[in-house]
Design a protein around this ligand. Structure first.
Ligand code: GUN
Length: 286
């Protein structure tokens, strides 16, 4: 029987725990943890994600603000907003939704966020900490995937893990986290010559390619754990992942569905990150 890794249910559990943590924080410090979300431009998917993130923060009792800026907004204006949020005592976490418009230097923007308020863990200092194995905010999607695997008691120790995609927000941090858990990690990307060669020998495949149903049943081994970060819309409007679910699921030991797998875990992990940052901030000012 294939185990379905239910991200919706697991995210609900995490959000319930965060909500309790938020109430305790509020009781102790007289204010809720606060999240500021910045969206620049009109990308339809980003509009939905940011709205969902701000709503989820409000639902667990956090203070939330959503700053929506037109895509003509200049870099200096975004930097000014970040600077104001860095100084705002109500705000513990700042998230800049990616992608940013092409005219904006995303690296400069992400580096301007106070590392102590970096809800996504995208600041170079925090990514450095991640590589060094030091504590710090960790990118939400990869950390959410680890939480999901942990809650289903999937032991990563010694696993052959293959990560598909090498982005700064999923692939690279995912590979780092899996290595820290003693998996043997291979990272594949657009220039990988023979994807199937790698995926067929993997105990765990995490795919963040954004290629609809690219990984088919014949490309995975019996008993694989398949984690799907892809959310791809087909011409007929249906949402599919990077895995061809119908052919991969029967061979797998465990799979994440799309939707309802990794997606909900990203938001729940963001909330957990903000609560943790709020705790660090009050402790460091005591
Ligand atoms: N765009 C796609 N995923 C993410 C994410 O986890 N955080 C941010 N800020 N932008 C994204």
């Amino acid at each position: 029987m294939t185990l379905i890794l239910d991200g919706r249910e697991t995210a609900k559990e995490v959000r319930r725990e965060v909500k309790e943590g938020v109430a305790a924080f509020r009781g102790r410090h007289g204010r809720p943890p606060g999240l500021a979300v910045i969206l620049v431009g009109e990308d339809p998917a980003s509009r939905i994600y940011t709205r969902n993130k701000a709503r989820a923060a409000a639902k667990c009792g956090m203070f939330d603000v959503l700053h929506r800026l037109p895509d003509t907004t200049g870099e200096s204006e975004i930097l000014e907003l970040i600077s104001a949020l860095n100084a705002d005592p109500r705000i513990d976490g700042i998230l800049v939704q990616l992608p940013l418009p092409a005219a904006v230097d995303a690296r400069r923007i992400l580096a301007a966020v106070d590392p102590a308020k970096d809800a996504d863990g995208f600041h170079p200092l925090n990514l450095g900490r991640l590589v060094l194995g030091e504590e710090g905010p960790t990118p939400c999607t990869p950390l959410g995937i680890l939480t999901l695997l942990d809650r289903y008691e999937i032991d990563l120790e010694g696993m052959e893990a293959v990560v598909l995609g090498r982005s700064n927000i999923v692939g690279k941090p995912m590979a780092t986290l899996l290595t820290a858990r003693n998996a043997t990690v291979t990272v594949c990307h657009s220039r990988t010559r023979d994807l199937g060669f790698h995926t067929r020998r993997a105990d765990l495949v995490v795919s963040a390619m954004g290629r609809p149903e690219r990984i088919t049943g014949d490309m995975v081994k019996e008993g694989v754990v398949a984690v799907d970060v892809g959310i791809n819309r087909l011409p007929d409007g249906t949402l599919v992942g990077d895995f061809h679910f119908e052919s991969v699921a029967p061979k797998a030991r465990a799979v994440t569905p799309v939707p309802g797998g990794v997606g909900p875990m990203t938001i729940a992990t963001l909330l957990a990150n903000v609560l943790r940052l709020a705790g660090y901030r009050v402790r460091s000012s005591e």
